[in-house]
Design a protein. Structure first.
Length: 392
């Protein structure tokens, strides 16, 4: 399985989703990217030593590409959502601009000596929902993955996931926040059938992911993820269900539109523990994003706007699956990996309401079930895949 993954050529550049679909970046605003840092070059302002009291406005330098576009995602499915909206500690691309603080800005007394009326916009609940929550809770999201099957060496998979992200600003006194992402996934299975192979009808994935990236305005830095989770059918509550996963990547800006990434990703599965992680993220123009990255690669291109919806089309490939502590049909306590490789194409979109959606169609191959017990590994039949989701 591992040899196949390592030899699998990238289908394109990286990653929706739920996971973790791709949207255009707005100035000053994840995901799955960092708001592009300014160019490293520096020039003396043209109005230096000029006596004019109105300084000349300088044009902004061309923005460099995002360092990373990975929003904290489902650690089982290795799927981030959305794809190019998030990541590296920046708000979701396209997120509505926050208004000015409503407290501590009362105007002087109105004409007649009476204080002005408090508008409905200035009540504490509106301030909490319109200002505080958007700064703290980023991109609540829901998604589903469906892979048909169920007889013989087939495995029907139906996953439903929920997650959100909390931002802790200026983590370690740096410009990027610490992103804390709690999530919960329902995993429903049907199959395989046979005298010695079985999985429970359902299992559950609960996790807490921590993501941080160092100062994106520098020429190089680090991107880190640490995820702690419990993955079980809740009948087997042994320590095998507790898994620690994560990644440690170094990044270096090669030019104004290319960033190199290199490091490792830790999966903590029975068959797949640690994989090298490397690649290039390129943003050669505003309409193209290339994430040529192993173990997940993706290429996205902007599509023409339709009815005020901004959309991106993409293709990609990734390592899928996960690992759970389970009770076998015989009552034996066991642990099972479900491993596969997924090639997909899809579309992401965002409307004026700032709701992001994505829809993927894919082909799943190199599928297998690996048991901790002495049960032999089972190779599963290839299958199609449908997945879609929304972020708010």
């Amino acid at each position: 399985m591992l040899a196949t993954i390592l030899s699998c050529p990238p289908v394109e550049a990286q990653r929706p989703s739920f996971s973790t679909a791709a949207l255009p970046q707005q100035p000053g605003v994840t995901g799955s990217a960092l708001s592009p840092p300014p160019s490293a070059s520096f020039s003396v302002p043209q109005n230096f030593n000029q006596p004019s009291q109105f300084p000349i406005q300088q044009p902004q330098p061309q923005a460099a590409p995002a360092i990373v576009n990975a929003q904290p995602g489902d650690p089982n499915m290795n799927l981030n959502f959305p794809t190019f909206n998030q990541g590296g500690g920046q708000p979701m691309q396209g997120q509505a601009t926050l208004g000015q603080p409503m407290f501590g800005q009362q105007n002087p007394m109105a004409q007649g000596g009476y204080p002005p009326q408090q508008s409905w916009q200035q009540d504490p609940w509106t301030s909490f929902t319109d200002e505080f929550l958007p700064k703290v809770l980023e991109n609540p999201r829901a998604w589903t993955v469906y892979i048909p099957g169920g007889s013989g060496n087939e495995l029907n998979i139906n996953n439903i996931g929920l997650a959100t992200t909390i931002n802790i600003p200026k983590f370690l006194n740096g410009p990027s926040p610490l992103k804390i992402s709690p999530g919960y996934i329902f995993n429903f299975w049907n199959g395989p059938t046979g005298p010695i192979y079985d999985l429970p009808a359902q299992a559950y994935s609960s996790y807490l992911a921590f993501d941080h990236i160092t100062d994106p305005s520098k020429r190089s830095g680090l991107e880190t993820n640490f995820t702690v989770g419990f993955y079980s059918d809740y009948k087997n509550t042994s320590s095998n269900g507790l898994r620690l996963t994560g990644k440690l990547l170094g990044w270096s800006r090669l030019n104004e539109y290319t960033v190199a990434k290199f490091g490792v990703e830790y999966f903590d599965r029975l068959d797949i523990k640690l994989l090298p992680a490397f690649g290039l993220y390129m943003n050669p123009n505003p309409d193209m994003k290339l994430d040529l990255y192993f173990p997940k690669t993706k290429l996205a291109h902007r599509l023409p706007r339709i009815n005020n919806y901004d959309a991106w089309g993409y293709i990609g490939a990734e390592l899928g699956g996960g690992s759970w502590a389970i009770d076998r049909a015989s009552g034996m306590k066991d642990q099972a990996d479900v491993n596969d490789v997924r090639a997909f194409f899809g579309i992401e979109w965002m409307g004026n309401a700032q709701v992001t959606g994505f829809l993927d169609l894919g082909y799943v191959f190199n599928r297998e079930i690996v048991y901790r017990s002495a049960t032999p590994n089972l190779n599963l039949s290839d299958a199609m895949m449908l997945r879609f989701g929304f972020a708010f």
